[in-house]
Design a protein around this ligand. Structure first.
Ligand SMILES: C[S@@+](CC[C@H](N)C(=O)[O-])C[C@H]1O[C@@H](n2cnc3c(N)ncnc32)[C@H](O)[C@@H]1O
Length: 219
């Protein structure tokens, strides 16, 4: 179920159409197909195809063995990453606190043949993330409730190994044409982006992929 307005800038739509015409057919999976095979439809939106491809691309480049995802929903991004991670022996831990989403994601993982690569941690990321030891992960994808991003950033940096990659989705919210009911999420992203950009522990940039992906490397 898509709840937010589309990013309507003509220029970006043109970019996306062109990019899809080049790479859409080559993708190992598509959001439309994944969602059509998912029986539960009342899920929180998942990343777009270009964002899923970008996650796979970074995994292919860095080959991180220990991957953490925060916010799984029905597991589209998790499955995309798992298809790449299983080629080189990477494992994914993914956190989700919605029981129905967990159940649906689990069956999606089995259908996609990636369940052996993924460990679902059912629970609230605000409790789960601080419990990980320092340097536990080579790669972290943050995609939970945007209001969590600023508060979890310190722990994300702590549990990432030096040289590890941190990616957060939806980081162009502050410049998108969103409904007023998204205001608190937009404000959280504004604070989060500033913290990441100014962090002395990270080298980062923000890419206009999907709804914006901040990409950082821990120094
Ligand atoms: C944007 S969706 C994730 C989409 C998924 N990464 C994908 O692209 O396929 C965000 C998910 O985070 C979950 N979530 C939000 N706050 C959470 C929290 N505090 N702890 C665990 N999960 C949370 C929501 O239930 C929702 O399913």
């Amino acid at each position: 179920m898509e709840t937010k307005k589309a990013f309507t800038t003509d220029r970006l739509e043109k970019y996306q159409t062109y990019i899809e015409s080049l790479y859409g057919a080559k993708s190992s999976m598509s959001k439309e197909d994944f969602v059509s095979k998912t029986s539960w439809k009342d899920f929180v939106p998942v990343v777009d195809d270009d964002a899923a491809r970008f996650l796979q691309f970074v995994l292919q480049m860095k080959k991180p063995k220990k991957i953490l995802e925060i916010g799984m929903s029905i597991g589209f991004s998790t499955t995309s990453m798992a298809l790449t991670a299983q080629e080189y022996g990477g494992k994914i831990t993914t956190i989700e606190f919605d029981r129905t989403a967990c159940k649906q994601a689990r069956s999606n993982f089995v259908r996609s043949g990636v369940d052996d690569v993924i460990q679902i941690m059912f629970g609230d990321a605000r409790q789960v993330v601080p419990d990980f030891s320092s340097g536990s992960f080579d790669f972290i994808f943050q995609d939970a409730d945007k209001r969590l991003y600023p508060g979890l950033l310190k722990d994300c940096i702590r549990i990432l190994k030096p040289g590890g990659v941190f990616i957060a989705d939806d980081t162009l919210f502050p410049v998108m044409d969103l409904d007023d009911r998204w205001n608190d999420q937009i404000e959280s992203i504004r604070i989060f982006n500033r913290l990441v950009a100014d962090s002395s522990e990270l080298d980062s940039t923000l890419l206009p992929i999907g709804d914006g992906m901040i990409v950082a490397i821990k120094k």
